[in-house]
Design a protein around this ligand. Structure first.
Ligand SMILES: *Cc1c(COP(=O)(O)O)cnc(C)c1O
Length: 249
């Protein structure tokens, strides 16, 4: 094992322990939680080391950066490696997103969903999508604006209309919701946002029973234990697995 591999293995063991402890605390089965390794800013060497440590789900937040890495990695990674797009999608990049990723966590406009649907359908593939919501009201964030949810009925109406349209698009399956919690010093402060996520999920499951709504993609390195306590099923972890990034992206 290279030193990079053993370093990642140590961090991964530690993360898996923390996932297990948090899950057991609230009576959940840790095996229902998917760990997505966020490799933004890191190169193929890091991805290969992560694969050697046992990771298979990878997340990237910029399509240009991901394209280069995914092309470079052709034939070098196991078949069961899965790529997740987790960053904001510009409409003109949506075609590339559908070409390179199987999971898209950051769908926040009908226009983007339509492009993804067209490309997945044309290439005979199938896209798993999550709808990104912004429950905290931080203006820098993307995602459907639902900062006033459940009280702001105008916000909810706009969102629900889009969900109805997206649910009918071919080549896509809505799998659930994604959010980025506010960056806070104490992860407990993120709990109200995570809690509103599962409440919103329950509300949508009532309104759109044909979609599975089985996933809540939430929880990053600083807050994933609290996210697990509030029903997260997909964690997106970068720093906890790979250490601090050179650039703050
Ligand atoms: C970078 C990033 C993460 C991972 O952040 P860490 O704090 O390093 O775990 C998760 N989600 C999104 C959308 C990101 O851009």
């Amino acid at each position: 094992m290279t030193s990079l591999e053993s370093q990642i293995k140590t961090r991964l063991d530690n993360v898996n322990n923390q996932i297990e402890v948090a899950a057991r605390r609230v009576g959940r089965d840790p095996s229902e939680i998917t760990l997505i390794a966020v490799t933004k800013t890191h190169g193929l060497d890091m991805i290969q080391a992560a694969v050697a440590a046992g990771l298979r789900q990878f997340g990237e937040n910029r399509v240009e950066e991901a394209r280069i890495k995914i092309d470079q990695s052709a034939g070098l990674l196991p078949e069961d490696v899965t790529w997740h797009m987790i960053g904001h999608i510009q409409s003109r990049k949506a075609d590339d997103v559908a070409s390179y990723f199987e999971w898209v966590h950051s769908v926040d406009r009908l226009k983007v969903a339509r492009r993804l649907s067209a490309v997945f359908t044309a290439t005979g593939r199938f896209g798993h999508i999550l709808l990104e919501v912004n429950l905290s009201g931080e203006t820098t964030k993307s995602g459907y604006q639902l900062s006033g949810w459940p009280d702001d009925t105008a916000q909810e109406r706009t969102f629900i209309e889009d969900v109805g349209s997206i649910a009918r698009l071919p080549g896509l399956q809505i799998e659930g919701l994604m959010t980025i919690a506010p960056l806070v010093s104490d992860s407990e402060l993120a709990r109200p946002v995570f809690r509103r996520m599962w409440q919103l999920r329950d509300h949508l499951a009532d309104r759109f029973p044909a979609c599975t709504w089985r996933h809540l993609s939430m929880g990053m390195s600083g807050d994933f234990q609290v996210a697990i306590e509030e029903q997260a099923t997909m964690l997106r972890l970068g720093t906890a697995l790979f250490g601090p990034r050179a650039q703050n992206l």
